[in-house]
Design a protein around this ligand. Structure first.
Ligand SMILES: [Zn+2]
Length: 249
């Protein structure tokens, strides 16, 4: 965070659950527009579609405007994340079970991908700390232990970009789909409390301010617009997300 710009008050969309929120992060709009309103996300009803039958995302927009672009998509949780992107737009799509436990095989693959395909865009999606939040509790000691493990995985991913010679030209964005609460009747999320809806938006790398706390209001669909801005692609007029320009030098 000290190397970049950040807000911990990025707001996820309602309902504060997985599929609607990742899709908003990818498509720059709210669930009533992209049409994924519940988990697991394979039931979609977008108000307009791209050539793949999805709401236009930065994946399909990037492929359309820059057909030679290389995109990677690595995800830990199956039965969710594979429904949210048109596979035709992804050059390397990989399910990575237990990445947050043993990252070595995956990191080898990511390192290979970065080094040999020199991607324009890579998405890496962890399941944790959601699982520990449900199983043991959000904000518990185990929850923070898991965050420390994830922090180390991020360090390894950053190192992989250095090994691939891409680090100086890379911008990293870290966010989450939603937060969580410990309800008296079980542990959950989906509601409208700050603990469930406030998520991080952390950005660092080439051209990004250092040690800057973002004061602008940020919504999760602004991540799509920020990625379009970074990739120099024209964002569809229908998107409501706007790039977080305050983060840039
Ligand atoms: Zn959950």
């Amino acid at each position: 965070m000290s190397n970049g710009a950040y807000t911990l008050r990025n707001l996820c969309v309602m309902p504060s659950i997985t599929a609607p929120n990742w899709e908003s992060m990818f498509t720059g709009v709210t669930p009533d527009m992209h049409g994924i309103t519940e988990n697991p996300g394979n039931n979609r009803n977008p108000i307009i579609t791209d050539e793949y039958g999805f709401f236009p995302s930065f994946f399909s927009v990037m492929k359309k405007q820059k057909p030679d672009s290389i995109i990677g998509y690595f995800y830990e949780k199956s039965g969710r994340m594979e429904y949210l992107v048109p596979p035709e737009t992804i050059n390397r799509m990989m399910h990575i079970p237990d990445f947050s436990k043993d990252s070595r095989p995956v990191l080898e693959d990511i390192t290979y991908f970065l080094k040999n395909l020199r991607p324009d865009l890579t998405c890496i999606i962890f399941q944790e700390p959601d699982a520990v939040g449900h199983a043991i509790g959000h904000g518990t000691e185990d929850y923070y232990d898991k965050l420390e493990i994830l922090d180390k995985q991020i360090e390894r991913i950053v190192q992989a970009t250095k090994n691939a010679g891409l680090y100086d030209d890379t911008i990293f964005i870290l966010s989450a789909d939603h937060g969580g609460v410990n309800k008296s009747m079980g542990r959950d999320h989906g509601g409208d409390t700050p603990s469930e809806r406030e998520i991080p938006f952390i950005i660092f790398g080439k051209g990004i301010k250092q040690g800057h706390v973002i004061t602008a209001e940020v919504n999760t669909y602004d991540t799509a617009a920020t990625i379009a801005y970074i990739l120099n692609i024209h964002r569809p007029d229908i998107w409501i997300g706007r790039p977080v320009l305050e983060a840039f030098k």
